[in-house]
Design a protein around this ligand. Sequence first.
Ligand code: SAH
Length: 209
Amino acid sequence: MSADERAWMVERQLRRRGIEDERVLAAMGRVPRELFLPPELRDAAYGDAALPIGAGQTISQPYMVALICEQLALHGGERVLDVGTGSGYQAAVLAELADEVHTIERIPELAERARDGLAAAGYADRVHLHLGDGTRGVRECAPFAAIAVAAAALEAPPVLYDQLEPRGRLVVPVGGSDGQWLEVVVRTPEGPAALRTVPCRFVPLVVGR
Ligand code: SAH
């Protein structure tokens, strides 16, 4: 049942809206999103929406998860960082696309639940969960080929840029409550090359703990 709903989500919400990376589409077709939701919301797992996961936070809309993954341009084999674990869903999708995933969350209650969801879905040994302030990255595990941020900052955090490999990519929602853009920043020998892609709406990235 959920496999059918998931296949439908991939076609209607992702492919039809322009997601083209076949690896991303396949990954989204494999990860059981219902396992990252509170039990009472599981029936809504394959709807076209962000959903509440507690502590005032949300699991991102499937399309946004797919778009961020596509913009990270992963080929497999990379080490990546996911800032703002939330439910753990994005981290699980990244685990399908890369070799080693680090994810960091500042709210202990969410980190605990994400740990359970990741274990239930079979990603416990492929995703390393850290508790702390993700605006500082995870220095001891850097550099990363790609960094995804699931909360909006006023500008792309320079500390995260510094933890990228050469040619590494950072995807981050940038802007305040009056509007945000998904920004892709590539690390180049000449410095950050940034491109604003689509308008978006994320919870704020909180600086400090
Ligand atoms: N990727 C998540 C989306 C979670 S929403 C998912 O798929 O479910 C964004 C998350 O970022 C929230 O859980 C919030 O607590 C977290 N967050 C905000 N600021 C943070 C920070 N400085 N460090 C780590 N996590 C942060």
